[in-house]
Design a protein around this ligand. Sequence first.
Ligand SMILES: Cc1cc2nc3c(=O)[nH]c(=O)nc-3n(C[C@H](O)[C@H](O)[C@H](O)COP(=O)(O)O)c2cc1C
Length: 231
Amino acid sequence: MNTASPGTLPAEAAVTHLEIEPSILYFGTPVVLVSTENQDGSFNLAPISSAWALGQTVVIGLGREGQTAYNLGSRPDLVISLPAPAQWSAVERLAPLTGRNPVPSTKPNGCRFEPDKFAAAGLTGEPSHLVRPPRVAECPIQLEARAERVRQDVSGGFAIVEAVVRKVHADSRIVVPGTDHIDPAAWSPLIYNFRHYFGLGPELGHSYRTQTPRSSERPAAEPALDGTVPN
Ligand SMILES: Cc1cc2nc3c(=O)[nH]c(=O)nc-3n(C[C@H](O)[C@H](O)[C@H](O)COP(=O)(O)O)c2cc1C
């Protein structure tokens, strides 16, 4: 096993690339917790790492037979809550659980039905403003949204959901005071990197389009939510 810190492999003139066939291609994307409404009016919660934003739309990839995909097919409201790195163990408590009963045969061994995933994870449901599924109170960013399109992917095994965000809630400690900007020095997503959890490392630089000031141009920030002092 490689013991170097992530991203610090030495730059070498002649790097050897191996041809490999990994079973999964989870190359490091943020984890979100998706709340949806079950048929009986109760709520489901599932960790998802295949999620990315395109303007005000969040595109989500879901296993076709999971309860989340099932719910969104008929009840399109959802909340996308983003946990901080310190919350990885609550996320992992959800990993072997499904809201689908009976458990589909396509679920991995050890997966079991759980009707109250909020309680099982030790997380708290908080009422949303525009949709029925609750937000996850502990998550610093919560997006109320509606699935405007749900379609099958090319393999047939997944559903691709286009969810349009209708309201954004952000913990006041990660918002640049007096603005609508998330402070990137105070917020870190929880990253799922080939089935291991990471936070972000120190900032390397920023886009020419950033609308938030450089860290050296503003007063010292509060400690980040994961307990580290932002750079
Ligand atoms: C960190 C993490 C990321 C995951 N990402 C996805 C994903 O992107 N898409 C997916 O369908 N399942 C993903 N899963 C697996 C689902 O959470 C799992 O299948 C769960 O049983 C779904 O719950 P549901 O059947 O109640 O919807 C992920 C699990 C974990 C722990």
